[in-house]
Write a protein that binds this ligand. Structure first.
Ligand code: PXP
Length: 264
């Protein structure tokens, strides 16, 4: 029997870290992260993502408190898997926490989490977050071993790192782009078939979003730096609306997953 298969909708999480980067360049409260979050939601964001880094280089504790209190859409808190961040997450109870690797000297989150190396400590943090009703996502490289470790660790969601794909696109390396999309597609199908929710993000732009939006198992994209950069030229609402259109157009052409067909 052929079951009617539908490609799920694709959500957009707007990462507002770099609104805070600009604010912090001068201190004070401008530009305001909450105002940016409201504008992004009005323009079509389904949720807001913010990364509270150990060194507080952009998002502050106060940003998280205000976002959690005032936002009308889900808040996805990105954080390192540390006791300090766990305590903060348990205080604010965001809709989801995305656990990311963090190195103080990096400019941005350069790679995925080494889930297998996280051991019992990572498992305990995931367990504590879930016990508080917070959905737990792990930001990982798109590979089988890490997906299996994520299942083992008890994650609800994996967010696949799209940085390598975007770098190949920036370098105009068509074969590299095809290889990376293939890797992302296989990882997404594997994670989805295992019952994980699949997200993706990092480095996505107007030019690269469609390739990922066509992967039918991916249900959420988290996009930040490019949107905030574009906002300088045309405004945040316009940048978010354009991203939404590109995502939705690509999604409309997506084929249902073969893994889903097989597992249906
Ligand atoms: N997803 C995760 C887990 C991230 O850490 C980040 C930011 O580093 C993003 C998505 C968004 O990446 P970008 O700002 O490059 O769009």
């Amino acid at each position: 029997m052929t079951l009617p298969l539908k490609v799920p909708d694709l959500r957009l999480g707007v990462n507002i870290d770099h609104v805070a980067t600009i604010r912090n360049a001068r201190g004070g409260g401008h530009p305001d992260t909450l105002r940016a979050a409201h504008l992004a939601v009005e323009a079509g964001a389904d949720g807001i993502t913010a990364h509270l880094r150990e060194d507080r280089r952009h998002i502050s504790d106060d940003d998280i408190a205000r976002l959690k209190h005032e936002l009308t859409r889900p808040l996805n808190l990105e954080m390192a898997a540390t006791q300090e961040m766990l305590d903060i997450a348990l205080r604010h109870v965001p809709n989801a926490c995305c656990l990311v690797p963090e190195r103080r000297e990096e400019r941005t989150t350069e790679g995925g989490l080494d889930v297998a190396a996280g051991g019992d400590r990572l498992g305990r943090i995931i367990g504590d977050l879930k016990a508080a009703g917070i959905r737990v996502s792990l930001f990982i490289e798109p590979d089988r071993r890490t997906i299996e470790a994520s299942i083992q660790a008890g994650a609800d969601i994996v967010e696949l790192h799209t940085g390598a794909y975007c770098e190949k696109a920036l370098a105009d390396d068509a074969n590299g782009v095809a290889d990376e999309l293939d890797r992302l597609g296989r990882a997404a199908a594997l994670a989805d078939a295992a019952g994980l929710e699949v997200h993706a993000g990092h480095g996505l732009t107007f030019d690269t979003v469609a390739g990922v939006a066509r992967l039918p198992e991916i249900v959420e994209l988290n996009i930040g730096h490019f949107l905030i950069g574009e906002a300088i030229f045309g405004g945040l609402p316009s940048a978010v609306r354009r991203m939404r259109v590109l995502m939705d157009e690509a999604r409309a052409g997506a084929e249902p997953s073969r893994e889903r067909v097989r597992s249906a």
